[in-house]
Design a protein around this ligand. Structure first.
Ligand SMILES: Nc1nc2c(c(=O)[nH]1)N[C@H]1C(S)=C(S)[C@@H](COP(=O)(O)O)O[C@H]1N2
Ligand SMILES: [Mo]
Length: 248
């Protein structure tokens, strides 16, 4: 069972056990298993979780491959490549249900009040990297600038890879330990790790931390992200009962 790191505030699961399991059919077909069993038996759920972990591993074996980094991160990409976005060309947009849509350059992001944190990076498949230092702008601070309008309840994140997406509720997004990160391990986020800018959602499994962050759309309902459409729980709190970490 992974233990949440004590260096950041604990955030209790809001809807433990309620993680949506959409796209199970898709995952099962990816795994060549067909649609069998029931979603609700614990045994089946464990089997499904293991299968999903295998699917994530398989996704990392694209052209770019699974590259065990020297810092013990595994470098993931679902497209088989790493988008190349120069510091000069980088833009982050915050759009949708906001009073003030934003388009920020890297320079503008770096000029905003920074937040740093150190936390264990934890992939749902079981690997983790302790004491990773991050620096960036709190997602909550960006939202304060953009001012979501009434009726907004969720965020939809897109990536410069054109495929990866993620989601958070607006309430989750306002917790302290979520960064739009431009530094990692004391240096600019590398291209492999999702630079120049990636999301880092400290209290949740790694799949929430979208790399090559392109856009944040403020919306009125949670749209499950890439892995969530393939069966991962939308609720990704580390150690929550609906996470997969406890059985891997
Ligand atoms: N764009 C994009 N973001 C992504 C992924 C991905 O494949 N593509 N993988 C996710 C998963 S499952 C994990 S564990 C982390 C891994 O981060 P790393 O590749 O920097 O180690 O990135 C997350 N963000
Ligand atoms: Mo992951």
């Amino acid at each position: 069972m992974p233990t949440p790191d004590s260096s950041v505030d604990r955030v209790e699961p809001e809807d433990a056990g309620g993680g949506a399991r959409v796209g199970r059919r898709v995952v099962l077909s990816m795994l060549g298993l067909g649609v069998v069993g029931t979603l609700f038996g614990a045994g089946v759920q464990s089997g499904l979780a293991r299968g999903l972990a295998a699917a994530e591993g398989r996704a990392s074996h694209g052209l770019a491959g699974l590259i065990p980094g020297s810092d013990r991160f595994r470098i993931y990409t679902v497209t088989g490549g790493f988008p190349e976005v120069s510091d000069e060309d980088y833009r982050l947009s915050v759009t949708g249900m906001v009073r003030h849509p934003l388009t920020l350059t890297l320079e503008e992001l770096r000029a905003l009040p920074p937040t740093s944190l150190t936390h264990t990076f934890q992939c749902v498949t079981g690997w983790q990297v302790p004491d990773v230092h991050w620096r960036g702008v709190r997602l909550g601070d960006l939202l304060d600038l953009a001012e979501p309008t009434s009726g907004a309840t969720a965020l939809h994140f897109t990536s410069y890879d054109g495929l990866y997406t993620e989601s958070l509720t607006l309430e989750q997004a306002r917790t302290r330990d979520i960064l739009v990160a431009y530094d990692m391990l004391g240096a600019p986020v590398t291209r492999e790790h999702g630079g120049p800018v990636r999301l880092y959602v400290a209290p949740m499994y790694g799949y929430k931390s979208a790399k090559w962050l392109k856009g944040i759309q403020v919306v009125d309902r949670v749209e499950p992200g890439f892995w969530e459409q393939n069966g991962y729980p939308v609720n990704a709190w580390i150690g929550s009962t609906s996470g997969l970490g406890g059985i891997l």
